[in-house]
Design a protein around this ligand. Structure first.
Ligand code: KG4
Ligand code: ZN
Length: 329
């Protein structure tokens, strides 16, 4: 049976997984650096790289516990996009293993990982629309098949996850903001007025909303008025998620789409999942399992099987890329 050893290190999670060709997860280990970065209110790239260095061999050893490299058909790693220092650590580990054990090497686009991890729960049907929403990305990706990716829309400024994190920081809610806002919003009402972003076509913008949150927070502080955290979180979420949904609907109106899925860290958001279920009724809809929304190596392994199937390998000279379009990778 073919097996892939996959490594993910593009941001602040160090992860390794062993996946077989039936897409069964034999092992999957993830360590997050969140607690360390929380002290700074965001990911510090240099700190992230150093922590990957400390963690990577421990994580790989753990993922290989009870297994041996003889079982492994190929070694896969995230080639980009991401923090360059962090990407390098995963790349060096993967290349060393591939070289030493004479295994083929597969470089996986991070967003393909987020998209294809949905295959763990559903067969993907094409044409497919993927709403990729994470700390670094907000993209509407149209796929005619599993090899062609067309970005119909993207953010003109902040990514949606970044907006969640920055708004949470403005409000002193803590880090990372996404899960905290998600939890608070469940108890709140959308009673604060915030502006709906207005952007042409299928693109997104979140910086105006973020600035409006800052202005509102300053106004409330000036007036010595206590902020109703839950209501604020809900108000922000309704506008941010409404913006996503509006663009998804626009694409569905203009394109033939059989299957819609969401992908990336923000796909864990309970309100977004609810809104997708309520609104996507004519197409097949897949929501990724919660533990595979945020960064993990299982998703890199699943996407790597696609690359293996098409014979897409990289050599030991392959360079990691901090920015890398899914259309050309
Ligand atoms: O995919 P991911 O782990 O890393 C990137 O590739 O960027 O996504 C991390 C992002 C963070 O911005 C985090 O705040 C957000 O996903 N996030 C959430 C939730 N869980 C994680 N945002 C909203 N609601 C959540 N439940
Ligand atoms: Zn990610």
């Amino acid at each position: 049976m073919q097996k892939i050893l996959a490594i993910e290190s593009s941001c602040d999670e160090t992860a390794c997984a062993l996946i077989n060709e039936k897409l069964e997860i034999e092992t999957s280990v993830v360590t997050s650096q969140i607690d360390v970065h929380a002290r700074f209110g965001g990911v510090i790239p240099e700190v992230a790289s150093r922590m990957h260095v400390e963690q990577i061999s421990v994580i790989i050893k753990e993922a290989l516990k009870g297994h041996s490299m003889d079982e492994v058909t190929a070694v896969a790693y995230t080639i980009g996009p991401g923090l360059i220092g962090s990407l390098h650590i995963g790349a060096i580990a993967a290349k060393s293993l591939a070289y030493f054990y004479q295994k083929p090497l597969i470089g996986v686009h991070h967003l393909k990982g987020h998209i294809f991890v949905n295959e763990l729960v559903d067969k993907l049907e094409y044409p497919l629309l993927a709403l990729v929403v994470s700390g670094g990305h907000t993209e509407l990706v149209y796929m005619e098949d599993d090899q062609h990716f067309k970005i119909l829309g993207t953010t003109l400024d902040d990514a949606i996850g970044e907006a969640f994190d920055k708004v949470a920081r403005i409000m002193d809610f803590g880090y990372p903001g996404g899960p905290i806002i998600d939890r608070l919003a469940k108890e709140g009402q959308a009673s604060y007025k915030l502006p709906h972003p207005k952007v042409e076509g299928y693109n997104f913008s979140f910086s105006g909303l973020k600035n409006a949150c800052l202005t509102l927070s300053n106004k409330l502080k000036e007036k010595n008025e206590a902020i109703r955290k839950e209501d604020f979180a809900r108000s922000f979420e309704e506008v941010a998620l409404g913006h996503l949904l509006e663009k998804v609907k626009r694409v569905l109106n203009d394109y033939e789409v059989k299957h819609v899925l969401i992908a990336g860290g923000v796909a864990a958001n309970s309100r977004l999942r609810e809104l997708m279920k309520e609104n996507i009724t004519k197409q097949k809809l897949t929501l990724p399992p919660l533990k595979y929304c945020t960064d993990n190596a299982t998703m890199i392994g699943v996407a790597a099987f696609k690359e293996l199937q098409y014979g897409h390998f990289v050599d030991l000279n392959a360079s990691s890329k901090s920015s890398l379009s899914i259309e050309t990778c």
